[in-house]
Design a protein around this ligand. Sequence first.
Ligand code: IPD
Length: 302
Amino acid sequence: MVDPSGPGPSGPDLSVVPEDERAALEELAVRIAVEAGRLVRDERPDAVDVHRTKSTDLDVVTLMDTRSETLVRRRLAEARPDDGVLGEEEGGTGGTSGLTWVVDPIDGTVNYLYDLPAYAVSLAVVVGDPTRPGAWSPVAGAVVAPRTGEVFSARAGGGARVRRMDPVDGGAVEAAPTRLRVSDVGDLAGVLLATGFAYDRQVRVDQARVVADLLPRVRDVRRLGAAALDLCHVAAGRVDAYYEVGTHAWDVAAGALVVTEAGGVVSGLGAQDPASETMVVAGGPAAHATVRAEVERLVGAP
Ligand code: IPD
């Protein structure tokens, strides 16, 4: 199992990838993630079986997680044979270009298992080493939610956007995207706060303590069940902030770029810490600062 990691405030230099190449990488991420999204949506069996479990009995893999990752890897091998790949189900494959694709073939697998619509294919391309916190930076990425038809994407320095897939005039996605912008809420009492819970039942005991402290003091709490979509919802201003312990690079790589390109901030527990398994906090600048300080106090507390 690779170490989980996250983007760092001062990660590797992105200027090695010129702007026109970033735009092409974003469109490639969109195209492949849409194809994988269609696969998992259109070929979902009526009764989805748990294929195997991973870290705990609650951490499930379905056959469609495996099929989705296989499709993404095949498309990447065709289009970008020199790039590395780090996938949730199959681990890491080295490359020679300095770019690595980080793949979550179905983020929100438990939602998928239960046929709840909040699941997505998440695909990002990063410079640096996505297995080490702070040692990588996302260049481009896409998060595709095939049941709602939303395609979120971003490229470094090029903004974040959402489009619909399967437009009536044909093509993979509609031509005219909508730019994303985070909210400007900063007062804790007004924050609509998203979070997630670990597959480890013991870790949830601590998570329950933290959320119990925050719940009476925020506007409300949302637990959607797909970290990549939580981040995209931060970017769209649909929630004001998000925090979670225990996410992996494949859960957050694309969504974190969507947030920062929508004007938001993503960090770890400390303001200068990179997002990591230890903590991811994301929000508009004001909500991020407020929530990060609260979470730091609560997670640091005995
Ligand atoms: C999970 C989801 C969930 C989050 C977990 C993730 P998966 O990803 O994003 O919302 O709470 O931390 O592991 O397992 O469905 O790809």
